[in-house]
Design a protein. Sequence first.
Length: 678
Amino acid sequence: MNDLFHPDDAPPPKPRRTSAPKTSAPRSQATSEYGAEHIEVLEGLEPVRRRPGMYIGGTDDNAYHHLAAEIIDNAMDEAVAGHASVIDVELEDAHTLCVRDNGRGIPVDAHPKFKDRSALEVIFTTLHAGGKFSGKAYDTSGGLHGVGSSVVNALSRRLEVEVARDRILWRQDYARGLPQTKLEQIGNAPNRRGTTIRFSPDPEIFGALSFSPARLYRLCCSKAALFRGVTIRWKVSPDLVKAGDETPLETTIHFPNGLADSLEAELGKDPVLLAPLWSGDAELPTAADGRTGGKVEWAVAFLETGASSMASWCNTIPTPQGGTHETGLRAAFVKGFRAWGEQRNNKRAASITAEDIFGVVAVKLSVFIRDPHFQGQTKEKLTSQEATRLVEGALRDRLDHWLGGNPAQADNVLAFLIERAEERLRRREAKDTPRKSATRRLRLPGKLTDCTRENAADTEIFLVEGDSAGGSAKQARNRETQAILPLKGKILNVASASTDKLRANQELKDLVEALGCGLGSSLDISKLRYGRVIIMTDADVDGAHIASLLMTFFYREMPELIRDGHLYLAQPPLYRLVHGAKTVYAMDDQDRDRCIKRDFKANAKVEISRFKGLGEMPVSDLKNTTMDPKKRTLLKVITPPEERARTSERVESLMGRRPELRFRFIQEHARSAELLDV
């Protein structure tokens, strides 16, 4: 009794009687009578029909399709065990699915414990009966609790099983979990083997629900990708595929490269940082009894744009809620990239976290392990503790080898992840900054001379050096499509400045307000007010310095603006060459000498004018050479994915907080600087 009693369950103490007892209300007969005859015993598969939610999670659309997954999983277990290579999945009508494999076939001989019934009938009519408990028939499997086939049978209006085994064809029919016929030998099958199951879920349980061709097709594609040795032949009745549904009526699903092929197909033409994707597989350590420890397979894509994703499976069972295998994957990646950064003497890599990595990757992870533990019968989350250690160990070893064997790509990815980490840290620093109201009126800086056209894609803003250059640009511009924002001298170097200094800098405030898309964590490139952002500075060393400071700002605080192709450099000339009615513009000293030889006759007295700056350039010259879209030359600023590591390193060394890196660069390139004609 002590095991059944808890102090919290004790009744409150009875009050001391001080007067005549009150008559209590009579108890109902239902609550007062409780004997052995009230204990109900549900036999066979009746518990499943009474409480289907305990076995498949409910009676909704997900549960309906879970029945299909259970039967397909059984066929996949035969394939993974090496006994089947082809699985046929046919949706015959909205409520009938047929799954056939060419495996060993369910045993049909009498069961040693239930001698009056075949092993097949025991499997389909008894909970917790199957060939996946002892591990003798399957090293790894998705059907672990022995309830898959029997639960599907219990919840089906009808279910038919055909088994081709030892050249003989057997059949047995069921309805709502009960055998309708005996196991019968219906013919010879000299060229056939395996199991065929045809079933229709019971409308008494699921109401008017029906199978979705698109959903089942995606399930089949997922299963085929999980085991590259299997081919799934898909077929669906034509009247079930509605207009606009791209689900094929009949096709063969096979992924020779497993998860890598599947992930590439899903990503399509989306830009990725690594091409090809990083993928592979590894055997897990062998168990003490000599049996295989299982296997892990993965495919990973680092995304330039788009949403990250994580899809995982254990023994071909999808685990949408993740679990311990995903924990092992995350640990392997974080430790691996931190170690690579340490090896490359990049101290910033120590700040990388799982959030930085898995916010920009698409991952498919599949593990095959013995005796896995799941959370619930629907198996949506893996809870096997050893999976974390096994997956982390296998993946970390392969990741270290890949990083060491592909240093250029590894550095590129590392730079990408460091950018993410630094952006996260900037967000943390700015978390106390009050957000501006989304309904506030648009405030534009007073120095901005805006254009009139409202369609952002057709407009451009020129960021010019100083008020004098701004005045000339305003006169040379097209008022409808070109806006002008003068900036005062050299802006703040954001690569070496603190977040507080960045916020306090008025020039950058004006720039951010003019562009309208925010910066850092609040950047929304869809709100950019101009299709092109053009840096227009003097064609001299000071102008180049200002341009480099602006590009650093955009690279650090508005990377999407560069990534989406919005940032440009104007190319104003340094010289004007005139002889008679002929005028030619030259970009620099070498171009000047080349133009004199190419465009003018020998010994011609060419008038050479050197522009001191944009503010000193005649408006007509500025318009014709630098601002007129029909005549000008623009350089688009890009950061190629394959050059990400080199770009990050160069920005850090030339613009960062460590002056010794800049000094080293000057020393290494001093000789080439002496060759410049300045």
